[in-house]
Unconditional design. Sequence first.
Length: 127
Amino acid sequence: MKTQLLCTFAHKKDLDLVIDYVTTTYVLPERKVFVFSNVLDTEELFCTYNIESATIKGKNTILVHRKKESNTLYTVNALNGLIRTINNGILDKSIIIDWQLYRNSILLSNADDLRRVELILYKIVKL
């Protein structure tokens, strides 16, 4: 079974609603949601979970990838932005990234802006 890793953005006060939404919208084969908080703004949460391959539904949810050795979450656009940043603006997919520099973070992008958010594990929700 092929799975996809999704990340839903949430505010701490809305966490229960987000968890309820995720569990009623998707099939979660691992029956877990990993909730991370922004180190600099602990009210900002990032809920990550694997789903069976499906269409991404809803607001504030994106497809992400994860480097296990550094616990780095990233989008493809953010990865491309990171490569351009460290390679003088040139997108060269053969560049080797030192993922330890981005340990326990999520890399996000919108337009030309690359954002790195340092994360701490807030909780693991077992369903």
